[in-house]
Design a protein around this ligand. Structure first.
Ligand SMILES: [Zn+2]
Length: 279
């Protein structure tokens, strides 16, 4: 199983291959109450290693929070409280530039394949066995085309990562790069089982993951944002309980819920846990 400690994925029983290998290609810390979205990509590359190298190269000016290999190996490049450079020009539900509010997951996959007389090939000329080929049309293109299949381990791993992200951040949605940059991007394409994953992770009717837990060992925190909004309810849409709390404000933590902490200063309200160092 995997868990998140200090915004980094770790394997807590050794059953998953998880490593942290930082890249200089990243932005600033997410704003209050973010990230709230996950963006899925395929690398279109030759291997996990080559993709990680590319995303660590300053020349690429690109990165994602993590890359998932064909055997389900995870290489994290950027802590989850920092912005990655994966979305580019993008828009979803009226919000632009998804790097500002999303986690980027890259999956090692060749993507669109080329059909030749004797089979299917990647654009760099590697033959892909027919058993690893999905014939399907992209949602933005009616033609049936060939795509490299994602491995079962990759699907399970991506699902496990999102489940864990949901426990630590207010993740509400998972989208494809092709959803947020149509016409410019085609990844992750029709081979990625979006609907299945969405149904399993975001069916709110039968929420089986308890989100209301009061911490037993975390009673105090300190504000690490320059100014931290404090709200009357655990939601970005709710009213401010007072002026924002300045950096260094000491908090007593009373309750946590959906990525929010109910805290006590001289007054009580809800703040995003991303901006509180808990101890
Ligand atoms: Zn992409």
């Amino acid at each position: 199983m995997i868990t998140i400690k200090d915004h980094i994925l770790v394997s807590n029983d050794g059953s998953s291959s998880v490593s942290y290998d930082p890249t200089p290609n990243h932005g600033t810390i997410f704003r209050d109450g973010l990230p709230d979205t996950v963006v899925i990509h395929y690398t279109g590359g030759n291997s996990l290693e080559s993709s990680v190298k590319w995303l660590q190269n300053p020349v690429s000016k690109a990165s994602a929070h993590l890359v998932v290999g064909k055997k389900g190996e995870i290489v994290q490049l950027i802590p989850f409280n920092q912005k990655a450079w994966h979305a580019g020009k993008s828009e979803w539900n009226g919000r632009k530039n998804l790097n500002q509010f999303s986690i980027g997951i890259e999956i090692d996959n060749a993507g669109l394949l080329e059909k030749r007389a004797d089979g299917f090939y990647t654009f760099w000329g590697k033959r892909i066995d027919n058993s690893q080929v999905v014939l399907a049309s992209h949602k933005h293109d009616k033609r049936e085309q060939a795509w490299e299949a994602f491995t079962e381990k990759q699907i399970v791993t991506v699902e496990m990562i999102i489940l864990e992200l949901k426990k630590h951040y207010p993740i509400k949605e998972i989208v494809g790069h092709d959803d947020i940059a149509p016409g410019r991007k085609i990844d992750p394409g029709p081979a990625f089982p979006f609907q299945k994953i969405k149904n399993r992770l975001f069916s709110t009717r039968n929420e089986d993951v308890p989100t209301d837990t009061t911490p037993k060992d975390l009673h105090y925190g300190i504000v690490v944002a320059d100014y931290l909004n404090i709200r009357t309810e655990p939601s970005r849409d709710s009213q401010m309980a007072s002026d924002p709390l300045p950096k260094g404000t000491k908090l007593r933590i009373i309750e946590r819920k959906n990525g929010w902490l109910r805290v006590k200063v001289e007054l009580q309200g809800w703040v995003s846990q991303s901006w509180v160092n808990q101890f």
